[in-house]
Write a protein that binds this ligand. Structure first.
Ligand code: SAM
Length: 219
């Protein structure tokens, strides 16, 4: 019988709680936006400041994006997944649930806010998925620079938008023909979108509704 770990009451209840918490944090997010700090979104040097201001704000992917991640990982039988931007681990739960239902695998995810790393670890333990997850604490430019699996089947870009292109470059040697790259909030990363769409020999790339860019490595 096919399993769907997402439907287990423990995980469904946990995700519901995490999405409710995220909804409740909207005013805190708005306050950061109103302070003018969102102009740091484009900075390649001051992104740490922006996310420091947001360290109490969960910023999860949407439910639909979570479900899309689950479907893509199941349907492609992905085994090795990389995630840039863990926050409290909502997307990581969807990814790890899909790996569980695929029969196993590993997701490497990375986050520089120590308090978020601790909360993500607790959430993944509560979900019963921590055995599939490696959380690397630190800046992705360093944590993803070494120690990656030879081949990565799917990448989720969901950290500092100004770094999407740099992170793609770090990972490029690990992508195979057919690997998928999903970039959340791609609208905020036009450099990345221009880069990946113009590299037509190596990538096929299309926007999805809800501000996601999905790209497939061709060769
Ligand atoms: C949009 S949130 C991630 C949400 C998460 N994927 C989820 O669905 O729950 C972005 C996170 O990336 C982290 N981040 C941003 N830039 C980073 C970097 N260069 N290295 C590590 N973490 C980073 C931020 O602290 C923030 O928690």
């Amino acid at each position: 019988m096919e399993t769907n770990t997402l439907n287990s009451p423990e995980i469904a209840n946990l995700l519901e709680r995490l999405f409710n918490d995220a909804d409740a944090s909207e005013p805190a997010l708005q306050a950061v936006i109103d302070s003018g700090a969102s102009q740091l979104l484009n900075s390649k040097t001051r992104y740490r400041e922006l996310y420091g201001l947001l360290k109490e704000v969960p910023l999860p992917v949407s439910r639909e994006t979570g479900q899309l991640l689950y479907m893509l990982i199941r349907s492609t039988h992905a085994h090795n997944v990389l995630e840039f931007g863990t926050s409290l681990g909502v997307s990581t739960i969807y990814i790890a649930a899909a790996l569980r239902d695929n029969g196993g695998g590993r997701v490497i995810t990375t986050e520089f806010e120590a308090s978020k790393v601790a909360r993500a670890r607790e959430n993944l333990k509560e979900a019963g998925l921590i055995d599939l997850v490696e959380i690397r604490e630190g800046d992705a430019l360093e944590t993803l620079a070494t120690g990656l699996p030879e081949t990565v089947d799917l990448v989720l870009l969901d950290g500092a938008k100004s770094l999407y292109g740099d992170i793609l470059q770090l990972l490029e040697g690990h992508l195979r023909s057919g690997s998928l790259v999903l970039a959340d909030d791609a609208r905020l990363s036009s450099d990345f979108v221009n880069l990946i769409r113009s590299d037509t020999k190596r990538y096929l790339s299309v926007p999805l509704t809800g501000d996601m860019e999905i790209s497939m490595r061709l060769s």
